[in-house]
Design a protein around this ligand. Structure first.
Ligand code: ADP
Ligand code: MG
Length: 248
């Protein structure tokens, strides 16, 4: 059974149909790159998966639970249980500026999950080491580069032990020389069998780490396939035209 099943998702903002019958499945451990032009609905789709947006119709199943079923949402308690299995990393990091790096990591596990001070300390130290920032535990985010901030945001998402990680253009706000260090960390997590959906404009990275690439345009999934198929032999003219634009 797929770990994520999305079917016939529809979302509009006023008159604007942003998601038109979006359907796809993700298997456990799969790394999916989502590509497509700006405004095609990629962020809205990702945000719908973690209930930052409510869809108008369609179904999202996460593991064995329905986040929304034919447009109907369950209780808030149920929604929290389901979304707690997912971590999200945003383009603009969203760190708390007044807290140290370690406290940024420890806040949610401590206050949302009730984990002990000792446990969250140990986990934050471990995860900061994993993203190469063991020496930054006690500094404030303002002292960090964009690449370092994004690595902190990734460590913070991992603190909640998610089964699924979602990334919305994790390197788009970074200076080009800082994207590599962030992509390297994401790649390392991908290699540990995490299920991941990554919205990205980094086509080389998508080709390198994704098991499957989904191309979205104008609120629809136009085509999905292996990186090899999508990048070398796209079936749909719109995919070909988009890749021509971004690769040349
Ligand atoms: P992408 O991430 O692919 O660039 P988005 O999902 O952010 O696309 O946006 C898809 C469309 O929905 C865009 O036309 C955008 O302007 C519109 N949109 C997104 N969020 C809102 C909102 N909260 N209110 C109105 N329109 C929105
Ligand atoms: Mg977006």
């Amino acid at each position: 059974m797929a770990i994520i099943e999305v079917s016939n998702l529809k979302k509009s903002f006023g008159d604007l149909d942003v998601l038109k019958n979006v359907s796809f499945e993700v298997n456990k451990g799969e790394v999916i790159a989502i590509i497509g032009p700006s405004g095609s609905g990629k962020s809205t789709m990702l945000r719908s998966l973690v209930h930052l947006e409510e869809v108008n119709d369609g179904t999202i199943r996460i593991q064995d639970e329905f986040l929304v079923q034919s447009g109907v949402y369950p209780s808030n308690k149920k929604l929290k249980q389901i979304t707690a299995r997912m971590g999200m990393v945003f383009q603009h990091f969203n760190l708390f500026p007044h807290l140290t790096v370690a406290k940024n990591l420890e806040l949610a596990p401590k206050y949302v999950k009730g984990e002990s001070e000792e446990l969250v300390r140990q986990k934050s130290a471990e995860l900061l080491k994993k993203v190469g920032l063991a020496d930054k535990a006690d500094v404030h985010p303002g002292k960090l580069s964009g690449g370092q901030k994004q690595r902190v945001a990734i460590a913070r998402a991992l603190m909640m032990n998610p089964d699924i990680l979602l990334f919305d253009e994790p390197t788009s706000a970074l200076d080009p020389e800082l994207t590599g260090e962030v992509l390297q960390v994401i790649k390392q997590i991908a290699e540990e069998n995490m299920t991941m959906l990554i919205v990205t404009h980094e086509m080389g990275f998508a080709r390198d780490v994704a098991d499957r690439v989904i191309f979205m345009d104008n609120g629809e999934v136009i085509e999905s396939g292996t990186p090899e198929q999508i990048f070398n032999r796209p079936k749909v003219e719109r995919t070909r035209a988009f890749l021509n634009r971004v690769l040349h």
